[in-house]
Design a protein around this ligand. Structure first.
Ligand SMILES: [Zn+2]
Length: 317
């Protein structure tokens, strides 16, 4: 915990994505006091990203409440001992870059670096759907599928910073579908926004009655069609729910959590995929765990990661 921490203290929390950089000042009760969103600097230079972070941090006048730490979450596994980013396809300039040291030197605050899905799990435990729980799994269904695992109240990072990669667990080895991670049949290939579009495209010819058009497919359009009873969209979300349920059943048998929190943009399709997801979990997960686990939608939305990053910096992980 930062030494000069008081109840008035703030953490400068950042969601450093490949496209957008979101920053917030968060107090130790989980209130977000200020918030900004801008484009992540493009190009190969880590220095450009550092400059943007420093500028954002200094743009807020906080004489009343001191900022005691910065907590940056990044889209990739992090070596938390060395505080370096190990992999980041969307921010390649940051791989093995001394981001912590650079920012500490320029900001004068302790700096924490955390994987984004891990931070989101902590955020949901602090302020969201997993409040009061000690054993939590969070699954983020976005462009890809991310995951975070909390065991006995503590974030479980794994020996090499890559624990909780549920999106890259195999749910269908015979699909022939290759994942960008190198494996075949990963959960991410069936239970992400990208997967909704691909599966719809693949099955269009089998559903000539469908109103969905090949050239304008988005996950949102497929969802809207499903709400209006489009059979292709319903079949796609059913398939999505089936694979998600298989992935969750494996996780639940392995970890026996109190709660699985489902987050990310694709969770908006909940009413179309949840029935099949629950059916698979009930059928496949180890019985004592399956009967008691709660599976719920996330409550913190886009702010889960910012809140979790702040919480980790406050020293409550
Ligand atoms: Zn994969």
């Amino acid at each position: 915990m930062p030494k000069n921490l008081s109840s008035e203290s703030l953490v400068f929390a950042v969601d450093l994505g490949g496209t957008h950089l979101r920053a917030a000042l968060v107090d130790d009760t989980g209130r977000i006091l200020k918030h900004l969103k801008q484009e992540t600097p493009k190009g190969d230079s880590a220095e450009g990203i550092v400059a943007a972070l420093v500028k954002a941090a200094k743009s807020w006048d906080c004489r009343q409440q001191p900022v005691v730490a910065a907590s940056i979450m990044v889209p990739g596994p992090v070596d938390s001992e060395k505080a370096v980013i190990l992999q980041a396809p969307n921010l390649p300039s940051l791989i093995n870059f001394p981001l912590k040291a650079e920012l500490e030197q320029k900001l004068g605050w302790p700096v924490f670096i955390e994987n984004d899905a891990n931070a989101a799990a902590v955020g949901e435990m602090w302020m969201g759907a997993a409040r009061g729980c000690r054993d939590v799994v969070s699954v983020t269904l976005g462009t890809g599928v991310g995951g975070g695992v909390i065991v006995d109240g503590k974030l479980w990072r794994g020996s090499h910073g890559s624990a909780g990669e549920i999106g890259h667990t195999t749910v269908d080895p015979f699909s022939g579908l290759k994942c960008k991670c190198g494996n075949t049949g990963c959960l991410e290939l069936f239970a992400s926004a990208t997967a909704i579009v691909r599966m719809t495209r693949e099955h269009l010819s089998s559903f000539p009655q469908s109103k969905l058009k090949l050239d304008e497919l988005t996950a949102e359009k497929v969802y809207e069609a499903g709400q209006n009873g489009d059979e292709l969209a319903l079949a796609v979300f059913n398939r999505f729910g089936m694979y998600l349920g298989i992935g969750l059943a494996n996780l639940i048998s392995l970890i026996d959590p109190q709660i699985v929190v489902i987050a990310g943009g694709a969770v908006n399709g909940w009413d179309l995929f949840a029935t099949e997801m629950f059916r698979q979990v009930e059928e496949r997960a180890f019985r004592t765990a399956a009967q008691q686990v709660k599976i719920a939608r996330a409550e913190c939305g886009d702010n889960a990661g910012l809140l979790g990053a702040a919480r980790l910096a406050f020293g409550h992980d």
